[in-house]
Design a protein around this ligand. Structure first.
Ligand SMILES: *Cc1c(COP(=O)(O)O)cnc(C)c1O
Length: 218
């Protein structure tokens, strides 16, 4: 894991240098979905503090084993059904997949302070969740009215491709939406395309495979 982390760090360094940004501008979120709690603990030992999980139920099973990791923050990066918002608010520090006013209100009602990202759907693939760009103003208003939610920024996931370059227009579109709505944080970029995301302004990259190897299907 150390060798993989070093390689990821090197890729991040190169990317930030290429576009005149600094390492501190980019937060590396280690995506530990499907891996056991021991992997989170090992990553923590290596200095990682931000972790991404996709499934509420899966993380519920691991959360006890990582609750003593001081300073670790857990991001929900998978789709959240509003009927699971209470348990999600207890388990996570950051919800990156807020995509409806109703979900925001349900999270707020749970009463715990949370950082949130709005997931934006930029591709036509209709299997993906996320708010459409024209829905953002109403969603932003709704989140701003939630006293327990702190609106950090936007998140997106481009259509899958083996190459990085096809993701660029999606990353660029997210950055423009962030500028348009005055939102500073942009969560975009995964193992195969995070350099392109950094070039396009990512502040948070979500990296699983490049750190932990290939996942088995959940
Ligand atoms: C799984 C996942 C990632 C990490 O993907 P890798 O290709 O393994 O780096 C990032 N973001 C989301 C939303 C994911 O579901």
């Amino acid at each position: 894991m150390k060798i993989r982390l070093d390689a990821v760090e090197e890729r991040i360094q190169h990317a930030v240098q290429r576009c005149g940004r600094s390492r501190g501008d980019v937060t590396l979120i280690a995506v530990t979905k499907v891996f056991p709690a021991s992997v989170i603990r090992d990553a923590y030992e290596l200095g990682l503090r931000e972790f991404g999980e996709n499934y509420v139920q899966e993380f519920q099973g691991k959360a006890n084993e990582v609750s003593d990791l001081i300073g670790a923050r857990f991001h929900l990066i998978g789709h959240l059904q509003s009927n699971k918002s209470k348990i999600a608010s207890e388990l996570f520090d950051v919800i990156q997949t807020v995509d409806t006013p109703k979900l925001a209100q349900r999270l707020d009602a749970a009463g715990k302070p949370l950082d949130v990202f709005l997931e934006v759907k930029l591709s036509a693939e209709d299997s993906k969740s996320g708010a459409l760009p024209p829905e953002l103003p109403a969603l932003i208003d709704a989140v701003k009215r939630c006293s327990h939610l702190r609106l950090a920024g936007l998140m997106t996931m481009p259509p899958w491709s083996d190459d990085a370059e096809p993701s660029r227009p999606y990353f660029r579109a997210l950055r423009l939406l962030g500028e348009q709505h005055g939102l500073a944080a942009l969560s975009m970029g995964m193992s195969h395309d995070f350099e392109v995301a950094i070039e396009e302004g990512a502040t948070h990259i979500r990296v699983g495979t490049a750190l932990f190897g290939r996942r088995k299907k959940p």
